[in-house]
Design a protein around this ligand. Structure first.
Ligand code: AVJ
Length: 320
């Protein structure tokens, strides 16, 4: 799975992130931060894959279950020979559930900036669904992009699973939804996966697994900074901390310094107080109603909601 392109700032140049500059800006700010988009190097992507299989981490399992249980109902909303446009693909595992249920889908268009689609998955899709036009697009989907001419006439259904939108501040999530509306155009459908606010215990366990995989995923950020930015973080002197912030309805992840210490990053000197944290991720949670309100404010009309009580798949339509 490649989610890094989701976090690209809307106004930044499409080429590549400036890891060094971003990390130094974040570590010299107060409070200290590093963007979650930098979790996903090779090791980080593999750790995230392991997270999705943990018993405590319910979102992936829940979303796949909801898509499977409701695939016919979701598919029945798709106009004939529509194009399913997936934002930030990688693996097409979730899209496949919809593609298999909806003979009405004429084209599958995974969009990702890295171009590193799982070719194996796409080959298997073409083999199993020979009527389907599979047309991957290498584009930064946080910026405006053109739908190729051969697909332009097809009705559009956007697909944005994984609750990835939860990494955005709510106001940025709203601008992102508005942007997707502009790309897809009026009348388009959008199927989007959102994690639900729920009891604190379930939420806290999902980000504090007993095997320590999430801690490893979080700390891998320092491993990556050490390797790529000539830094000397002592990995034994920072601790994973994740908790549900009820007031802001988000999981926060931090790396907390266990003592006063000095770290060097790309020639710069960074001082840490005892217990000082680096804020590495927010994962916003919504109620059905709070997400629908956000969607409405971005020009989308809520059509249907599919949920198992843990996670939620929203079907929205662009007005016009
Ligand atoms: C990929 C952003 C949806 O917020 O649950 C998992 C990332 N961080 N465990 C999430 C994550 C820690 C995940 N998203």
């Amino acid at each position: 799975m490649n989610v890094s392109s989701v976090f690209r700032a809307f106004h930044s140049p499409p080429a590549h992130d400036d890891f060094a500059a971003d990390v130094l800006t974040g570590l010299t700010a107060s409070p200290k931060t590093v963007s979650p988009k930098y979790f996903y190097d090779l090791a980080g992507s593999a750790l995230f894959e392991r997270i999705t299989r943990l018993s405590e981490y319910y979102p992936t399992r829940a979303e796949i279950g909801i898509l499977q249980d409701n695939a016919p109902a979701i598919a029945s909303m798709f106009p004939p020979s529509s194009a399913l446009i997936e934002f930030g693909s990688g693996s097409s595992r979730k899209a496949r559930i919809l593609l298999s249920a909806a003979a009405t889908i004429g084209a599958y268009v995974p969009v990702d900036i890295s171009g590193d689609f799982l070719q194996q998955d796409l080959r298997e899709l073409r083999r199993d669904l020979p009527h389907l036009l599979v047309h991957p697009l290498v584009e930064d989907f946080t910026r405006p992009f053109e739908i190729p001419a051969r697909l332009a006439a097809l009705p559009r259904v956007g697909f944005f699973p994984g609750s990835t939108i939860g990494n955005f501040e709510p106001c940025d999530a709203a601008s992102f939804l508005r942007h997707i509306g502009t790309v897809l155009g009026s009348g388009a459908l959008l199927i989007v996966g959102i994690d639900l606010i729920k009891d604190e215990t379930t939420l806290n366990h999902a980000y504090n697994d007993t095997e320590g995989v999430t801690a490893k995923f979080n700390l891998n950020l320092l491993v990556r900074i050490n390797r790529e930015l000539d830094a000397d973080f002592d990995l034994t002197a920072f601790e994973h901390k994740a908790f549900f912030n009820r007031k802001l309805h988000r999981i926060e992840m931090h790396l907390v310094s266990t003592r006063r210490q000095t770290v060097h990053v790309n020639g710069a000197t960074i001082e840490f107080d005892d217990s000082e944290s680096i804020h590495t991720e927010n994962s916003y949670k919504y109620t059905v109603q709070s997400f629908q309100a956000l969607a409405r404010g971005s020009g989308w009309s809520p059509m249907r909601v599919f949920t198992d009580g843990l996670f939620c798949v929203h079907a929205l339509r662009m007005a016009g």
